[in-house]
Design a protein around this ligand. Structure first.
Ligand code: DHK
Length: 149
């Protein structure tokens, strides 16, 4: 079984240090460990990555088309700006979930728009690190459903 790509965008390498009242106290390494443990409990594996570069994230989404079973993506601020990530996700033809630690709809107006949401199966936000766990659970259901169908 190909891994689920869990892709993290800009500033997520600062988790634990960055605005903990919004993003929590867990580090990105803590998040990665939760993802590996949860995926294993569902019989999945995870390839967990972070980049501050939009182009690198686009390349990873392109790579996922051949190498991943599904994509969970917290694109950080690129969520709200990146036509390139939207287009890459449209071309990936993999089950995909957009996720966020914070509830972006309770925050500044510029976070209320996602350019990538129309290119994914669904969106999860506002549950802190559990957003990653919920995204992996959702992808597991989509992978299982696509095998039956
Ligand atoms: C993370 C970011 O870096 C922000 O730019 C998004 C998202 C929200 C999060 O909540 O995980 O607006």
């Amino acid at each position: 079984m190909k891994p689920v790509y869990v892709l993290n965008g800009p500033n997520l390498n600062m988790l634990g240090l960055r605005e903990p009242a919004i993003y929590g106290s867990a580090s990105l390494k803590d998040v990665e460990l939760r993802c590996h443990a949860h995926a294993a409990s569902l019989g999945l594996t995870v390839d967990f990555r972070q980049s501050n570069s939009e182009g690198e994230l686009v390349s990873w989404v392109q790579e996922a088309r051949g190498k991943a079973s599904a994509i969970a993506i917290n694109a950080g601020a690129y969520t709200h700006t990146s036509v390139a990530l939207h287009d890459a996700l449209m071309a990936a033809e993999r089950p995909a979930v957009e996720l966020h630690l914070s509830n972006v709809h309770k925050r500044e107006a510029f976070r209320h728009t996602s350019l990538i949401a129309p290119a994914v199966n669904g969106v999860i936000c506002g549950f802190g690190v559990d957003s990653y766990v919920l995204a992996i659970t959702a992808l597991h259901s989509l992978i299982t459903a696509s095998k039956k169908g």
